[in-house]
Ligand binder design. Structure first.
Ligand SMILES: [Ca+2]
Length: 590
């Protein structure tokens, strides 16, 4: 802090001295001192004047010394002044459906050398949670710093400016703070942003992948995913049939297989293309007077698990680890789970689970599970290689250590645990999401301190030394970056909406089938409360409580047992419930 203040003061002094007026002042001051010295005005004959003479000589000498030191300081601090004048650049890497599975998070099998390198440079938040484990809502929260109950984006249909037309996004704010902002790839979920990208967030043209950008003349992948000829052909047939029959029964979103392993270069797929664009843009913006905020939104490892063959070749299929616990938790309400509908949309996935009766699971075959896990790992390694290209670019520009680099995955993923695939739950595997932040002057290292995606917006502002907007609902994590043991959050809050059946609604005497589960993660527990026809901006009412869950991560890290009804936990459950109700109260619209 003292250093920063000193640096600022020095910068101001230097700017004054280096201005045209400043240099005249120096010259004039120097001339007067020299004349006084030369003319001997400081010489006095004797006695009582002796001390005055020595005082004057001393003053002249000190004046000259002061000017000499000032000139040296000016030269020495030129570099510092230049750095002070320009805010740090920000590289903002968003990754779709990346769970914290990288080497730096403790996985010994996966190959993620580049993200591991970033983790060694920065702070790795190992207990970071998303606001809602699905693209649209979680991204709206990251980009605006506001909870889903404020943005009202709880699904993949709502556009965030429909309800809050003036909501402020992070890049939009940074434009007002002197930044150039530019994006490529998936930053907002397309359905929740105007023109898919929220144009007011960017003051430089958004960089789209064009057909000619793809390797080997392959053109755009079919459905933005597939390059293998047989998979591409599948889409041509489907499209022709749709156009010919105007078939109402055809799904609007047509899908192909859940994986693709094809021997092509990285830029045969979109993530490789946007990396090239981001790299070129960084080189260009590096020399601008304005600092940049460059947002790069990677699509992988989102389904389908598509990656060039060389990344599949990093792994042996038989080594792919199946989930350890594949049941629903004991005593857990069914509303906590789903039927993996997103995965079942893919053409090679059979209907595999009913979930109507506990234990009645018709699971994916082991081989298919291992293929999916292999595909996920390959897609993560492919993504990791892209991150490596971005880091190397900064390195070659000599700015790797002067750039704020933020990497986040929009939410977690169930890789078969609890008999679940995808996200869409309030459980640990779907809500826990990667967050790594490297910034100049911050010590590297991991932290277990709790954080939320909401904290990203204020943290970036704090690190870039721009004012943190006061309306934001998250907190700056800079104190944690300075001291890995510091705590800024007592809990992290996630939520997920569901609908119950008409029969269940009738049985409960509800007038709506809309449900919202709020899930509070503390250091030790996850406490989840499922509410009927309720959001936190309205007053809490006991008769809206539908079900509750409590998991003890010290005794049960895999969430095998809902202990909400167990006597030994009664006291803690009550305290957490009170904390949850206090949270609701804090969110109520006044
Ligand atoms: Ca996602």
């Amino acid at each position: 802090m003292i250093f920063v203040s000193f640096g600022n003061t020095l910068f101001v002094v230097c700017r004054c001295l280096f201005s045209a007026e400043g240099s005249y002042v120096i010259q004039l001051f120097w001339l007067i001192l020299s004349m006084v010295d030369e003319l001997g005005l400081g010489e006095f004959p004797s006695g009582r004047h002796q001390s005055l003479e020595s005082f004057t000589k001393n003053t002249i000498m000190k004046g000259k010394q002061f000017l000499s030191i000032s000139i040296i300081l000016m030269i020495v601090s030129l570099d510092l002044a230049a750095q002070q004048a320009r805010k740090p650049n920000i590289l903002f890497i968003a990754v779709d459906d990346l769970k914290p599975i990288m080497g730096c998070y403790g996985n010994k099998l996966i190959k993620t050398p580049n993200i591991d390198r970033l983790a060694r440079m920065g702070t790795m938040f190992s207990n970071n949670y998303c606001q809602q484990s699905v693209c649209g809502p979680t991204r709206a929260s990251v980009m605006t710093g506001m909870r889903p109950d404020y943005t009202k984006v709880w699904d993949l249909k709502t556009q965030m400016r429909d309800i809050n037309p003036d909501i402020l996004t992070l890049p939009q704010y940074l434009i007002s703070q002197g930044y150039n902002t530019v994006g490529t790839g998936k930053i907002f979920h397309p359905s929740s942003a105007i023109k898919k990208i929220d144009p007011v967030s960017w003051n430089l043209p958004y960089m789209e992948a064009e057909a000619t950008d793809y390797a080997n003349g392959l053109g755009k992948p079919a459905n933005n995913q597939y390059q293998k000829p047989e998979n591409k052909a599948m889409f041509i047939v489907k499209k022709e049939r749709m156009q010919r029959d105007n078939d109402d029964e055809m799904p609007t979103s047509i899908k192909g297989p859940s994986t693709e392993n094809y021997d092509v270069p990285d830029h045969a797929y979109e993530d490789g293309v946007i990396t090239i664009k981001a790299k070129e843009q960084m080189v260009k913006m590096h020399k601008d007077d304005k600092p940049f905020f460059l947002a790069v939104g990677y699509h992988k490892p989102h389904l389908p698990f598509v990656a060039p063959k060389k990344y599949w070749d990093l792994y042996n299929r038989v080594d792919m680890p199946l989930a350890n616990f594949v049941e629903h938790a004991n005593n857990a309400p069914e509303i906590a789970y789903h039927r993996s509908g997103e995965l079942r949309n893919y053409t090679d996935i059979p209907a595999f689970a009913t979930f109507n009766e506990p234990g009645n699971y018709i699971r994916l075959k082991t081989e298919k599970q291992q293929e999916l896990i292999h595909g996920y790992y390959a897609a993560v390694s492919y993504l990791d290689a892209q991150v490596g290209i971005l880091l190397n670019t900064l390195d070659s520009l000599g700015t790797l250590n002067n750039t704020i680099i933020v990497l986040w995955g929009d939410h977690g993923w169930h890789l078969g645990d609890h008999d679940l695939w995808e996200k869409h739950t309030n459980l640990e595997q779907a809500t826990r999401a990667p967050l790594i932040i490297a910034a100049p002057g911050m010590k590297p290292g991991p932290t277990k301190s709790l954080s939320e995606h909401l904290d990203i917006f204020p943290t970036i502002c704090d690190l870039a030394e721009v004012p943190v907007p006061t309306h934001l609902q998250g907190k700056s994590l800079k104190p944690v970056m300075l001291n890995k043991k510091a705590t800024v959050n007592e809990f992290a809050m996630s939520q997920y909406p569901r609908r119950i059946s008409k029969e269940e609604m009738k049985k409960k005497n509800y007038t709506s089938n809309a449900m919202m589960g709020y899930s509070m993660r503390t250091d030790k527990y996850r406490f989840t409360i499922w509410m009927n026809d309720f959001t936190s901006s309205t007053p809490f009412s006991e008769n809206k409580v539908y079900a509750s869950e409590l998991y003890d991560f010290v005794a049960d890290p895999l969430e095998k047992r809902n202990v909400i009804d167990e006597k030994a936990y009664a006291k803690d459950a009550l305290a957490l419930r009170k904390q949850m109700i206090a949270f609701f109260k804090s969110q109520e619209k006044k």
